[in-house]
Design a protein around this ligand. Structure first.
Ligand code: GDP
Length: 524
């Protein structure tokens, strides 16, 4: 395959994640997007998944058996000459470190916000990971058919809470019951929301907002308001600046209503124009671009026991460069061995199809008999190692107690394997040698307990600890006695120092008292 052919495939691809707080409408939006790709079968699958969530007890059982985030998968569809990969970031009870890691496989993000609620906690956390990576972020403000907050208020919140400037691509004409439609600022047209009959949504070209048609549609009162607001945006709002969008400093904002399929197509069309094709990734020996003809990729997630009948694991690999072909041999760089990729899977919601070939931006699932770890690099005739996967700071902590001391060997094996899979992070307290687990979501603890019992035969008890933050401590002369007030000093699995803090105040105090040390949010 020539570089030119690979380039053509790369140019076609868009790989992104939707970030939001539960109930903002992510399932609904995903479903509508899939429908545009003609993937109706998949849309049904998304719904099925959702319905299954409510049967909490069954769902928990399945989730535990399968490891964490069985619902987080990759959906691929074609639309308007593009091949689109949506990375599903688990956002409900199964929120975990996996959610953060999945974001490293995305080239851009869509931030979905409920117009009545604004920026919520989980959105904020996910946004911060996107910000750290400097990827473009597009905003969809949903549920315009309900009484929501003032659009200016919402923009101000994006700026104040997230520190990102915004550029409204369209602007609501009324809201809730009074919603008439949106005015498309970029393409100078109006999209009409036809009241009760939501199915017929029409689009009319206009000559700016002075066009009499706009006034006719809006009615006198709303039109006056719309004019004032649009004028204010022109005078006081940010200009559209593609460079800033690319760096994730300015977010294009779209208003709409996912459930009514209102504004979704406009969003998708614009998103596909503005979002980047697969972007380069950093390796220890420099940046690797997608056009590089040799195949390479990295594992960003490992999912255990997808099929309870076989205890297999699936390693999710983001392709960074070159072309993947089924049966090809690649180097598993960490272990220094050639392996043959003969059983690759692609994930279309819950279905598994065998992939014959794939390109940068695509995600493939590799059958994993236990040889992969999070962050592993696979590369064709090369020794590159990607370093795209930071270890994120956990937010919940518990001390582990083994109920049967005789099981110590299995316990250690379980701890090692589950740490490798990225299910948990393990810290040892200095002096006492207690084992403290750190996770991002509560479900990770439950999965840990369940799998220790069922896969390793070890009963463990978890005692919640009052810590809320972890910081990796780097520098000379780290003194454990300085971490005794509402904090504790530990080692991570690589013997790095990590301090756990009970409060932000405790953390700030420690930082002030240890001026010569660095406190990092991700592992060094
Ligand atoms: P998720 O938790 O983010 O996946 O959210 P869902 O897609 O399940 O949506 C949560 C609820 O909001 C559901 O009852 C949806 O029907 C509803 N919903 C989604 N989009 C809209 C919208 O545009 N308007 C209104 N009124 N409800 C919506």
């Amino acid at each position: 395959m020539t570089t030119e052919q690979i380039n053509k495939e790369v140019e076609k691809r868009r790989t992104f994640a939707i970030i939001s707080h539960p109930d903002a409408g992510k399932t609904t939006l995903t479903e509508k997007l899939l429908l545009f790709g003609g993937a109706i079968r998949l849309a049904g699958t998304v719904k099925g998944r959702k319905a299954a969530k409510f049967a909490t007890s069954d769902w928990m059982e399945i989730e535990k058996q399968r490891g964490i985030s069985v619902t987080s998968s990759v959906m691929q569809f074609d639309y308007s000459g593009k091949r689109i990969n949506i990375l599903d970031t688990p956002g409900h009870q199964d929120f975990s470190e996996d959610t953060y890691r999945t974001l490293t496989a995305a080239d851009s993000a869509v931030m979905l916000i409920d117009s009545a609620k604004g920026v919520e906690a989980q959105t904020k956390k996910l946004f911060q990971v996107c910000r750290m990576r400097g990827i473009p972020i597009f905003t969809f403000i949903n549920k315009l058919d309900r009484e929501g907050r003032d659009p200016f208020d919402l923009m101000e919140e994006l700026e104040e809470v997230l520190g990102i400037r915004s550029y409204p691509m369209n602007w609501p004409i009324g809201q809730g019951r009074a919603l008439k439609g949106v005015y498309d600022r970029r393409q100078s047209r109006i999209e009409l929301f036809n009241g009760d009959d939501h199915s017929t949504i029409s689009v009319e070209d206009v000559k700016g907002y002075d066009d009499p048609l706009v006034e006719k549609v809006a009615g006198e009162h709303l039109y006056k308001q719309l004019r004032e607001e649009l004028e204010l945006l022109e005078v006081a709002g940010d200009a559209f600046d593609m460079e800033k969008v690319s760096r994730g400093e300015l977010t294009p904002v779209f208003f709409g209503s996912a459930v009514n399929n209102f504004g979704v197509q406009t969003f998708l069309d614009n998103f596909l124009k503005l979002a980047p094709p697969p972007t380069p990734r950093k390796s220890e020996t420099g940046v690797v671009t997608p056009e590089e003809p040799k195949f390479s990729g990295y594992v960003f997630k490992i999912q255990a026991n997808m099929n309870p009948a076989h205890r297999d694991r699936i390693a999710f690999l983001r392709i960074v460069s070159g072309k993947f072909e089924r049966g090809m041999s690649v180097k598993h760089v960490r272990v220094g061995k050639e392996i043959k990729l003969s059983q690759p899977q692609q994930f279309l919601a819950q279905d598994r199809d065998i992939v014959e070939d794939a390109y940068p931006g695509d995600i493939i699932g590799l059958f994993d008999p236990g040889i992969f770890r999070i962050g592993d690099t696979l590369a064709e005739k090369s020794d590159i190692t990607f370093n795209e996967l930071p270890v994120f700071s956990p937010e919940i902590f518990a001390k582990v107690v083994v109920k049967n001391a005789l099981k110590h060997k299995q316990y250690q094996k379980g701890i090692d394997q589950l740490t490798e899979e990225g299910t948990i992070q393990v810290f040892r307290t200095i002096g006492f040698e207690d084992t403290i687990l750190g996770v991002v979501g509560q479900l990770q603890f439950e999965v840990f307990e369940y799998r220790m019992k069922h896969e390793y035969g070890v009963d463990v008890a978890l005692q919640r600890q009052p810590f809320q933050f972890a910081r990796w401590v780097v520098g000379e002369h780290v003194d454990p006695t300085k971490f005794r007030v509402n904090s504790i000093l530990c080692h991570d699995k690589n013997d790095n120092y990590v301090a756990l803090f009970e409060s932000e105040y405790a953390m700030r105090t420690a930082i002030e008292r240890n001026e010569k040390l660095q406190f990092l949010e991700t592992a060094p």
